[in-house]
Design a protein around this ligand. Structure first.
Ligand SMILES: Cc1ncc(COP(=O)(O)O)c(C=O)c1O
Length: 400
């Protein structure tokens, strides 16, 4: 580590609220899959921020779009028209398949807050004053604001902040009977991640998602997909639901949308979107011209570089390699995910140790709890880089 690292860690501990347990590395530069620390050491980034820089670090098309817009206009109120905002909304609606409208926020939690408010607004208008309850899944993650924390199905994250907003019910994932039992006239929406990310990369069964869609249609309940982590080609398709063939009424987006700049979005089918009235919802920064220019450049590059196809090919290669490593070492008992959203469960509760050993060897990976490792590399990741990951893991697991 360099001198800059030493002064930074000391200052960091003094000036920040202790909400993050940071790792002992300071990154100063990135390019594609690679990150460089303050001493010039190179790392392969297998978490892409946390599922954010889908194009890789410092993509020139995004840099150019941002610089150009920065030099013209950074901010005016949402009460005025600006460049790029409509074009980006139209682009998202096109990727969604048409017949929808967009609200721009600044993060995943904010996008989910917007979706929750919209679902309640629509629920009350169509199902009566008590039609406000939202059902989400156990082990889900939807954000850390109070309402999105209430929607999150992880009591360990919630308890210190109770009382949380009411009107949220959690059910086990992939259990259609559990959902059926909760579906009464008070339910306005079901909120699901097609693949739970922060919880450890757990997929919805395709048959379960279809059954949820059917049940929601029968009961007039909205289906919301939180695509904050699964969106923007991470699983191969623009949004994960397209890989399941189950379309939501509302989807929320953030993370990969502008390759690292803060932006989020709520996309809702027209009849639902039109439930919002002027003044119902808003954001000072949401939909600003700089982040919208960045998002357009990001989507253009994701498509032009065929990174969805790469996510499928390299993701399959990674899962096959991890499965083979599991057979060889006996140290991996489950490998799962889609595209370049990959999770493994280790036979022993050593995930934190393996992640920190990997970091020492120049691989950035993420542990979830005691036994799960999660990989979300930039979608430019190639097979040779996966081979480096597998060699590093092999050494770390072999020494357990
Ligand atoms: C599925 C999902 N929803 C919401 C969020 C919250 O996003 P943000 O941290 O941008 O508020 C996350 C973040 O990890 C997420 O993975």
């Amino acid at each position: 580590m360099g001198e800059l690292f030493d002064t930074t860690t000391a200052l960091d501990a003094r000036v920040h609220m202790p909400t993050y347990a940071r790792k002992p590395v300071m990154f100063v530069r990135g390019e594609g899959m690679r990150l460089y620390d303050d001493a010039g050491r190179e790392y392969l980034d297998f978490i892409a921020g946390i599922g954010v820089v889908n194009l890789g670090h410092a993509h020139p098309a995004v840099t150019d779009a941002v610089c150009e817009q920065m030099s013209k206009l950074v901010h005016v109120s949402n009460l005025f028209y600006v460049e790029h905002r409509d074009e980006l909304a139209e682009r998202l609606i096109g990727l969604f398949g048409g017949g929808a409208k967009v609200f721009f926020a600044n993060s995943g939690a904010e996008a989910n807050e917007g979706a929750i408010k919209l679902a309640r607004r629509y629920g009350k208008a169509n199902g009566g004053e008590s039609c406000t309850r939202i059902i989400s899944a156990e082990r889900s993650f939807h954000g850390r604001t109070l309402a999105t924390l209430a929607a999150t199905g992880q009591p360990s994250k919630q308890e210190a902040f109770e009382p949380l907003p009411s009107g949220f019910t959690h059910i086990p994932l992939n259990d259609i009977d559990a959902l059926f039992a909760e579906m009464d006239q008070t339910v306005c929406a079901v909120l699901l991640e097609p693949i739970q990310g922060e919880g450890g990369v757990f997929e919805c069964d395709p048959a379960y998602l279809s059954a949820v869609r059917t049940l929601c249609d029968e009961r007039g309940v909205l289906l919301i997909f939180d695509e904050v982590q699964t969106g923007f080609f991470r699983t191969g398709t623009p949004f994960a639901w397209q890989g399941y063939g189950v379309k939501p009424d509302i989807m929320t987006l953030a993370k990969g949308m502008a390759n690292g700049l803060p932006i989020g979005a709520v996309v809702a089918i027209d009849p639902v979107a039109d439930a919002f009235r002027p003044g119902d919802h808003g954001s000072t920064f949401g939909g600003g011209p700089v982040v919208c220019a960045a998002a357009l450049a990001t989507i253009d590059a994701l498509e032009a570089e065929h990174l969805g196809a790469n996510a499928i090919a390299v993701g399959t290669y990674m899962r096959e390699g991890l499965s083979a490593l599991g057979v060889k070492t006996g140290a991996i008992i489950d490998v799962r995910g889609r595209g370049l959203m990959v999770g493994i469960t280790l036979a022993e509760p050593i995930a934190a140790r393996v992640a920190s050993e990997a970091l020492e060897h120049g691989i950035v990976a993420l542990n979830v709890g005691d036994s799960v490792l999660r990989f979300l590399p930039p979608l430019v990741c190639n097979k040779a880089e996966v081979d480096t990951l597998l060699q590093t893991l092999s050494a770390a697991l072999g020494s357990s």
